[in-house]
Design a protein around this ligand. Structure first.
Ligand SMILES: [Zn+2]
Length: 225
C-alpha cells in the first residue's frame, strides 16, 4: 500500500461536522437525513474498500478526537461530499472571492471562528490581523496541511493592510478548488474574529487542479482596521 499523508485533522473534521449541524439548524433542514446523505456520498467517493472501512469506523463510527491524525484524502472526500449535498442545485461548489459565498467558504469561516475560541485560542489572543497572518496562520496551516506544505507556505506583506498568501499544493492529496474555498473562508473568518473590517480575499491564481509541476495558489487579502 502506498504511504498516505496524514495530519492532525481531527479538530478540523470535527468543525465540519458541527458546521453541518449548524447549517441544518439555520436552514431548517432535517439534520439526521442530511447527515445520512453526506455519509453515503462520502463513502461513494471513497475509491476503495479499505477507504470505505476507514470512513465507517473513524469518521462516522464515533472515534474522532480533536488530536486525531487523519489522512488528507479523508478531508478531501468528506469536504467534497458535504459541499455537494448541502449546496443544492444551481449553486457553485467553489468560489474565487470572499464576495461570493459557497458551502466550503462558509465551512472554513465557521471553523476559523470556532477554533479561535477553542483549540487555537493562543494563536489569536492579543494578535492584530497582520500578526495573525504572519505568525498564527502559518502555525495552524502546518497542522492542517503538514510540514512539507507548511515549509513552502509564503505570507507576503505588501503593506500593513494588504497581504498575499501563497500556498504550494504540490504532492498534497486534498488540493482542489473546493479546498481553496475553505482557505478563503478560514482567512476571512479569522480576520473577522480579529475585528478587521472591509475584508476582501480574492483567489484568481489557482493551480490546485492544474496538471503542473508546482501547484501554486495565491490569495490576495486586503482589510481595514
Ligand atoms: Zn487554489
Amino acid at each position: 500500500m502506498v504511504e498516505e499523508k496524514s495530519n492532525q485533522l481531527g479538530d478540523f473534521i470535527k468543525g465540519r461536522l458541527l458546521f453541518i449541524e449548524n447549517y441544518c439548524k439555520e436552514n431548517h433542514l432535517d439534520y439526521k437525513k442530511v447527515a445520512n446523505e453526506i455519509e453515503n456520498e462520502t463513502i461513494r467517493r471513497a475509491g476503495s474498500k479499505e477507504r470505505e472501512e476507514f470512513l465507517k469506523t473513524r469518521l462516522f463510527g464515533g472515534l474522532l478526537l480533536p488530536t486525531s491524525i487523519l489522512p488528507n484524502w479523508l478531508d478531501k472526500v468528506f469536504l467534497e461530499a458535504m459541499s455537494f449535498v448541502l449546496k443544492g442545485p444551481n449553486t457553485p461548489l467553489f468560489t474565487t472571492t470572499s464576495k461570493i459565498s459557497c458551502i466550503p467558504f462558509e465551512a472554513g469561516r465557521f471553523n476559523a471562528k470556532r477554533q479561535a475560541d477553542t483549540i487555537f485560542k493562543i494563536l489569536f489572543q492579543n494578535r492584530t490581523p497582520s500578526d495573525w497572518l504572519k505568525h498564527g496562520f502559518p502555525a495552524l496551516y502546518r497542522k492542517c496541511y503538514g510540514d512539507e506544505a507548511g515549509d513552502k507556505l509564503q505570507v507576503i506583506e505588501h503593506d500593513p493592510n494588504h497581504f498575499e498568501v501563497i500556498t504550494d499544493n504540490t504532492n498534497l492529496d486534498k488540493a482542489s478548488r473546493i479546498d481553496c474555498s475553505t482557505v478563503i473562508g478560514y482567512l476571512y473568518g479569522s480576520l473577522e474574529k480579529l475585528n478587521a473590517r472591509n475584508i476582501v480575499i480574492t483567489h484568481d491564481k489557482c493551480l490546485a487542479e492544474m496538471p503542473v509541476a508546482k501547484k501554486l495558489c495565491s490569495f490576495n487579502i486586503t482589510f481595514e482596521i
